[in-house]
Design a protein around this ligand. Structure first.
Ligand SMILES: [Cu+2]
Length: 113
């Protein structure tokens, strides 16, 4: 009797689990696809960064801004690559934040991927 119950439980798990997981995966896939669509990536040249703490400084400030999802700062290339949601932030705000730290932000350029 107990064995039968277990078998039944196992069977129902086998049937139900893939449905639940499949459903979840689908919805999260859709969500992430939409997130990517809503974000843009720009590169902004930055003058005045001279060491790694400058880089960390810029990265931290930009990362903390509303709407910014990803920041890469290169000391060698003198630029920042910023991914952000255009509804929440503008390149003008990003440049302003960089300038307020004492560096000089150049003309933003959108990166198409
Ligand atoms: Cu420095």
């Amino acid at each position: 009797m107990k064995l039968q119950l277990n078998l039944l439980l196992l069977l129902s798990l086998l049937v139900i689990t893939p449905m639940v997981i499949g459903c979840k995966q689908n919805s999260s896939d859709n969500e992430s696809a939409q997130m990517v669509k809503n974000e843009i990536k720009v590169t902004i040249p930055i003058e005045g960064m001279s060491c790694l703490s400058c880089v960390a400084n810029v990265r931290k400030t930009l990362s903390n801004m509303d709407g910014v999802t990803e920041v890469e700062v290169s000391l060698q290339d003198k630029k920042a690559i910023i991914t952000f949601v255009p509804e929440k932030a503008t390149t003008e705000q990003l440049r302003k934040a960089i300038n307020q730290l004492g560096y000089k932000a150049g003309k933003p350029q959108e990166i198409k991927e």
